[in-house]
Design a protein around this ligand. Structure first.
Ligand SMILES: NC(=O)c1ccc[n+]([C@@H]2O[C@H](COP(=O)([O-])OP(=O)(O)OC[C@H]3O[C@@H](n4cnc5c(N)ncnc54)[C@H](O)[C@@H]3O)[C@@H](O)[C@H]2O)c1
Length: 304
């Protein structure tokens, strides 16, 4: 699609969403947000409310839109194990309702934030898009189910439904999150310790949030339907990520090794060849990206 587009970003007030809105603006598009929380910058219109409610969806999905970037979700993997029905209601039923509203309103493009956790345990193998889906948690299961809903709408109604399978996203604006990088940042700021599951030699791919936002903007413009892995293209051991956080923050970060949690993937090593073929290239280095994440945690760094 060419020309300025009008794009609804569900979950646009969240960590990734705020960067996606900025990337869309940077590419010359208009962004509208639908979220439980109002967007921080009052210039961006927000449809405030729970998208599980059909009335809120109706207000959000209007026929003047060119595309939807669907980020709003129940995002905690660990909580999804305790609340499987809740994660289904938000990640499957709400997504089905949004897709249907987009079809009815004639919105032809629907970009979805998924995860490589849809693939499950592949041992030490490199993850590619063609692997069968075998998620290990309700969170991964609901993301896989939502991907299948998009595939059905692409097949039957000619909608364009690119799926971004994100690895672990990190960067500025994640102080409300409970993933590994913010835990490292909190420990650096407060002098606490971080739990490391197992021996810490499991590999992880981290992708910088600004890179994810650029991928979303590219996907809105012209990526075809189907999954694309969005990662940082290098994987690091959890121990190496911890060391990078020490380097970025210049703080000692204490660690304690504890048994791994159920559903913990032994390795996340991904191949981003498909994303590269569509014009994506990750830019930030791990320490640079960690420095951006550190800004809002650091007690002694002035904030804008
Ligand atoms: N952060 C990661 O590492 C990562 C990795 C893989 C996939 N993802 C996916 O990317 C997307 C964005 O994640 P994030 O890290 O920015 O999370 P986030 O929690 O920071 O943002 C999610 C946003 O969605 C909104 N939201 C949640 N439920 C809603 C509802 N019922 N109605 C309206 N708004 C609702 C929240 O208010 C929040 O602003 C999610 O779909 C997540 O599953 C994230």
């Amino acid at each position: 699609m060419t020309g300025p587009l009008r794009v609804l970003v569900t979950g646009g007030s969240g960590f990734i969403g705020r960067h996606v809105v900025a990337a869309l603006h940077g590419a010359g598009h208009d962004a509208v947000v639908a979220d439980l929380d109002v967007f921080a910058d009052g210039e961006v219109p927000t449809i405030e409310g729970d998208l599980c409610d059909p009335e809120v969806r109706e207000r959000a999905i209007t026929s003047d839109l060119d595309a939807v970037v669907h980020l709003a979700a129940f995002t905690s993997v660990l909580r999804s194990v305790q609340q499987p029905a809740d994660v289904h209601a938000t990640n499957v039923e709400m997504t089905a309702g949004l897709l249907e509203a987009a079809r009815v309103a004639g919105v032809g493009t629907f970009v979805f934030a998924s995860t490589n956790a849809v693939i499950g345990d592949v041992g030490q193998d490199t993850i590619v898009e063609t692997m069968p889906l075998a998620p290990l948690t309700p969170y991964g299961g609901t993301k896989a189910a939502a991907e299948m809903l998009l595939s059905g709408y692409a097949g039957s109604f000619g909608m364009r439904c690119p799926v971004l399978r994100l690895t672990n996203v990190y960067g500025g604006g994640m102080s409300h999150k409970d993933s590994f990088v913010p835990r490292l940042m909190r420990a650096a700021a407060e002098g606490g310790e971080v739990q490391i599951y197992g021996d810490g030699e499991q590999r992880r791919d981290l992708v910088f949030v600004g890179d994810v936002a650029r991928a979303a903007s590219l996907a809105v413009a012209d990526w075809p339907s189907g999954p694309v892995i969005i990662g940082g293209s290098r994987s690091y051991t959890v121990n190496a990520i911890t060391q990078a956080a020490r380097d970025a923050t210049d703080r000692p970060i204490r660690t304690r090794h504890v048994p791994a949690k159920p559903g913990e993937m032994p390795a996340v090593v991904v191949d981003i060849a498909r994303a590269r073929a569509r014009g994506f290239e990750p830019g930030a280095s791990l320490v640079e990206g960690m420095r951006e994440a550190w800004v809002e945690f650091a007690p002694d760094i002035p904030q804008d």
